[in-house]
Design a protein. Structure first.
Length: 594
């Protein structure tokens, strides 16, 4: 322990260091703090301030170690705990962050930044109800805080409160109109809404595209022809993700004699699926840490002819790259069920069912290119277990189920499911989705069905299963799958069919509402496609009454699927390649006419 005179010297060094710190001279400030600690290792404020400098310089591990030491030495100082909790949150050590921030908030309950980090940590742990109790009051008290309003919008989205999320994203955008992620989240959530028409959603996308439009000149197309066409795929989902089920066959089967394929992966985490996809690509670029500008320049440098975006406005999408027009031709495919709204994107790929001629053309900024078959081919991420016997035979009643993302289970869908249960008094319904872990969400669903006259014991509400194998095995417990609307399933529909479970879908007014119809058409099962909610119910009732038919579907749907265009990977890849060649030769012909 320093004596009185020595302590006065240390305090003087602290004042000098802090003045330099405040003035932005971090290196000289750090010199004073280190000098203090050499003389007195127990001078905790110097330890903490060195942590602040390490944080400012991006040395996260050093910052965390300094904050940990400061908090251990003085556990009743909330500032130390808040700084440590923030570092733990940034390091994705969410359980530790929650514990640390709880201790800090017990000492200083009203610190808004700490409460924001605490709520965010709870969200990352899927502790939705606890997070809601923190984030909602915080947002009410911080009407001018973009970060807080945006956080609440994300929480509403995770809870499946689609309309609340849409309203909250609009509120956040009013505070930061140019925030690209928020604009993308808003557009994406509109696809889930049963209160917005296809025309309304298109208008929002087009307005976004007009705001983002840049005076970017595309690179000059290389006119030498014929040659190998350079195709670039841009995505954050080259990993264990639904998109991988449909892009893997294409990457593997591309004709390398005609096409040079490069993937631009814009997300950091990699898994066994990433490794597999990397092996299918001729060239691979990890772009997670790059700005939109840097990615666009890399694409230009690689002289990509056709850039195919697989994400659009979904999480991790890089529409900012598309706005810069780094390739002569740009295409939206697979990952986003609507127009990007960007004039810089030349084409969007679908089929005649997902995007019917005339009506769909008026709802897209891009030119629609329809494949002469369903617009995708499905390859499971892992082998599916045996479908097992029909559950109806052991239960004595039919069980319907919807395992689609809970965002997709709209109010209209749930009300229609309630009408179905009333039409078949002994039937049960299983709903599955992450937000159903939340007691408030699950109670809200039960209350909605109770108001329609459906007893709670006729519902089974499940959160996410632990593993993908468990998820697939859960299809053994349902007889008939109900496709969500207005946003239909894609991967879940394929999973259900592969497990021998019939799927009833409602064909709607937009691509997202017509994918189910496209998938079933590819199997020749158009009789499971309804055009109204009443027809949806009657189709389900008819299926449920045909026990022998359900047994036959259980036994034969997987093979029917394998023999259908839906799993014809070679034909899908050829159709895509023909589409790319047509786009390119049309581009060359147009250039030659000028």
């Amino acid at each position: 322990m320093a004596g009185g005179a020595e302590r006065a010297q240390l305090d003087d060094w602290m004042r000098q260091g802090y003045a330099l710190h405040e003035g932005g001279d971090l290196e000289r400030a750090a010199g004073f703090y280190r000098r203090i600690l050499e003389a007195d290792p127990g001078y905790v404020d110097a330890t903490f301030l060195l942590g602040m400098i390490a944080e400012a310089q991006g040395a996260a591990e050093e910052a965390a170690a300094r904050f940990q030491a400061a908090a251990a030495a003085r556990p009743d100082e909330p500032a130390f705990l808040f700084a440590l909790g923030k570092q733990q949150y940034r390091a994705r050590r969410f359980e530790e962050a929650v514990d640390t921030l709880e201790r800090g908030l017990a000492l200083r309950p009203d610190d808004p930044d700490a409460r924001h980090d605490y709520g965010s940590s709870l969200m990352e742990l899927s502790r939705w109800d606890e997070a809601l109790a923190v984030v909602e009051p915080l947002a009410r008290g911080a009407e001018d805080s973009f970060a807080t309003q945006y956080n609440l919008a994300n929480l509403y989205r995770q809870l499946g409160r689609v309309q609340d999320a849409i309203g909250q994203y609009r509120k956040a955008l009013a505070l930061s109109p140019g925030h690209l992620d928020t604009q993308g989240c808003l557009l994406f959530m509109l696809n889930y809404s049963d209160r917005h028409s296809a025309a309304d959603i298109f208008a929002e996308h087009r307005a976004f595209g007009e705001r983002l439009a840049q005076a970017a000149l595309p690179p000059v197309a290389e006119t030498r022809w014929p040659r190998r066409l350079r195709i670039g795929y841009l995505s954050p989902d080259f990993r264990h993700h639904a998109v991988a089920c449909f892009i893997a066959p294409v990457l593997e089967r591309h004709d390398r004699g005609r096409f040079e394929v490069r993937c631009y992966y814009t997300r950091a985490p990699a898994d066994e699926v990433t490794a597999r996809l990397r092996g299918h690509a001729e060239h691979w670029s990890d772009c997670a840490g790059l700005t939109d500008e840097a990615i666009a320049q890399r694409i230009r440098d690689d002289r990509i002819d056709i850039l195919v975006d697989l994400a659009g406005h979904t999480s991790g999408g890089r529409v900012g790259v598309l706005a810069m027009k780094p390739a002569p031709l740009q295409v939206s495919y697979l990952g986003y069920p609507n127009t990007t709204g960007l004039a810089s994107v030349d084409y969007r790929i679908g089929d005649a069912i997902t995007d019917p001629a005339g009506s769909a053309d008026a709802l897209n900024v891009e030119r629609l290119l329809r494949l002469p078959r369903t617009f995708l081919a499905y390859r499971p991420l892992a082998p599916a277990p045996d479908p097992g016997p029909l559950p109806l035979l052991r239960n004595g009643h039919v069980t319907f189920g919807c395992y689609n993302n809970f965002f997709k289970q709209s109010g209209t869908f749930l009300d229609t499911a309630a009408k179905l249960l009333l039409a078949i008094p002994g039937a049960r319904l299983t709903l599955k989705g992450g937000p159903l872990y939340s007691a408030s969400v699950a109670d809200g669903v039960r209350a909605r069905f109770a108001a329609a006259g459906v007893a709670p014991d006729r519902l089974v509400l499940l959160g996410w299963t632990t593993t993908y194998d468990d998820h697939l095995a859960a299809y053994r417990d349902i007889d008939i799958a109900l496709d969500s609307f207005p946003y239909a399933g894609t991967t879940t529909t394929c999973e259900a069919l592969s497990m021998g479970v019939p799927v009833v879908t409602l064909q709607g007014d937009r691509h997202a509402a017509r994918v189910g119809a496209s998938l079933l058409s590819a199997l020749g099962l158009n009789e499971w496609v309804a055009r109204s909610t009443d027809e949806f119910v009657s189709t389900c009732v008819r299926l449920a009454a045909d026990v022998e038919g359900l047994k036959a579907h259980r036994a034969g749907l997987r093979e029917r699927m394998r023999a259908s265009p839906l799993m014809d990977e070679h034909a899908l890849t050829l159709a895509l390649e023909d589409a790319y060649l047509k786009m390119w030769t049309d581009r060359l012909s147009l250039a030659a006419c000028k």
